[in-house]
Design a protein around this ligand. Structure first.
Ligand SMILES: [Zn+2]
Length: 72
């Protein structure tokens, strides 16, 4: 059984390379049972989308310190 450390490592690697069928299967099984890694996976996907849109120049602002979720 895959542990969380291995699972998160594979999730990170999956951003950069194609995982083997064995790794993907093991990861899928782990994600079905582990909410922590499922959250991590979703977070990575969001981050990836953000990075991709940023790379495509969709982000017009250039101030990483300023949050767009300002309560006011
Ligand atoms: Zn886990």
């Amino acid at each position: 059984m895959m542990n969380c450390k291995k699972a998160t490592q594979l999730l990170s690697e999956a951003q950069d390379r194609e995982l083997s069928l064995t790794d993907r299967a093991a990861l899928k099984i782990h994600l079905m049972m582990c909410s922590g890694c499922t959250n991590f996976s979703q977070h990575l996907n969001l981050l990836r989308r953000f990075t991709q849109s940023y790379a495509h120049g969709d982000d017009t602002s250039h101030s990483p310190e300023k949050s767009k979720n300002d309560p006011e």
